[in-house]
Design a protein around this ligand. Structure first.
Ligand code: ADP
Ligand code: MG
Length: 348
């Protein structure tokens, strides 16, 4: 669908591997002083001086992690960078470089890769990360993208998953669940399209949800916001698999329990409306849906005054002793054990 829209099809083989890399990467600039050598040698060279280096990597497989029927390649490139940068944000660090490795089958023309790299370039520019290398190869079937992101932080700034204390508050940024409902909308439209290729979907009522699915952003602002409030989280994680599963990660690694309050969950009005339209329980989606790329963190309770009422943050619960377990406290004030259903279980 995406590929056929493009009338121009230049075969990748025409350029050769070196020509292809050169063509795709020629417009990228170096912004970070820590990048001493980027693309063009056998390896990149970085210099972080007295900073600690933070590294994370993600592998994306067509048909498993993305579907090109409704994911334009430009969005895919953007999102692939964002999900990596989000992991660096979740360490309370600053993303500085990426490497991008791709494997493509001969089904993809040069124009498709140009689109992908346009998205990568947009994100690299938005998050000020330098593209410093990668690898390019062919695949038998479909597209594979692997991105590695590198970041920097002062040693004392870094926040791990294992520092939460039993009296801490649990805080989330932004709102949650929208990306999952965006995917539901897109999947419904894909099915309509398969039945009637001339259908013109009216997606106005879903713009926020679709944007959350197709063009998520990493919360690079949170580090600065918290710094200004003089708050250092005791533990932090990004929400890629769903709130429940991320809470369980924080609890297990920090050896604490948690009470999460249903009535505190930050939900967008469009999200609530579309859950009603799909006849899905909004709390279930908010805690089990994934791909919101918001940050979830814990702070000492004496930071309450600093954070309360701040539009960027919502206090959604508090940590407890480990023996008390991990629970959702419902609006009816009953306690239900939280389960790590996560993204995959929901979408199966
Ligand atoms: P090698 O033979 O050492 O693997 P390559 O010819 O694959 O080298 O790569 C040449 C340069 O281009 C290297 O700096 C490499 O990191 C970079 N590069 C290769 N593929 C990509 C890509 N898909 N995106 C960005 N940079 C790439
Ligand atoms: Mg190579």
């Amino acid at each position: 669908m995406i590929e056929d829209k493009n009338p121009q099809r230049t075969s990748i083989a025409q350029l050769g591997e070196f020509g292809l890399i050169e063509h795709l990467t020629k417009n990228f600039q170096i912004n970070q002083t820590s990048t001493l050598k980027g693309i063009g040698d056998d390896a990149a060279v970085l210099n972080f001086k007295d900073k600690k280096t933070i590294v994370s990597t993600d592998l994306l497989i067509e048909g498993v992690h993305f579907d090109l029927a409704y994911m334009p390649l430009k969005h895919l490139g953007y999102k692939a960078v964002v999900v990596n940068v989000s992991d660096i944000c979740a360490m309370n660090a600053k993303a500085t470089q990426i490497t991008v490795s791709i494997a493509v089958s001969n089904r993809f023309p040069l124009e498709a890769l140009e689109e992908l790299y346009e998205g990568i370039a947009l994100a690299a520019n938005e998050y000020k990360v330098d593209l410093i290398g990668g690898d390019t190869t062919s695949s038998q079937k479909g597209m594979i993208i692997s991105i590695t992101v590198i970041g920097e932080a002062d040693e004392n700034e870094i926040v791990y998953r294992n520092g939460a204390k039993a009296t801490d508050l649990l805080v989330v940024t932004g709102d949650i669940g929208a990306a999952y409902m965006g995917l539901q909308v897109l999947e419904r439209e894909k099915q309509v399209f398969q039945v009637n290729p001339n259908s013109q979907p009216d997606l106005d009522a879903y713009t926020y949800l679709i944007e959350r699915q197709l063009k998520p952003e990493a919360r690079k602002d949170v580090r600065t916001l918290l710094h200004a409030l003089e708050i250092k989280p005791t533990s932090m994680i990004d929400i890629s698999d769903g709130l429940s599963s991320e809470i369980i990660h924080l609890c297990k690694q920090s050896k604490v329990g948690c009470n999460l309050y249903e009535d505190k969950l930050p939900l967008d009005p469009q999200f609530i409306n579309v859950c009603e339209e799909f006849d899905i329980d909004s709390t279930t989606v908010a805690i089990n849906g994934g791909e919101d790329y918001e940050l979830l963190f814990t702070i000492p309770i004496d930071n309450f005054e600093k954070i309360k009422g701040n539009p960027n943050f919502t206090i959604i619960g508090h940590m407890t002793e480990e023996t008390e377990g991990i629970h959702l406290v419902t609006r009816a004030n009953t306690k239900i054990p939280l389960k790590a259903r996560g993204w995959n279980a929901l979408s199966e």
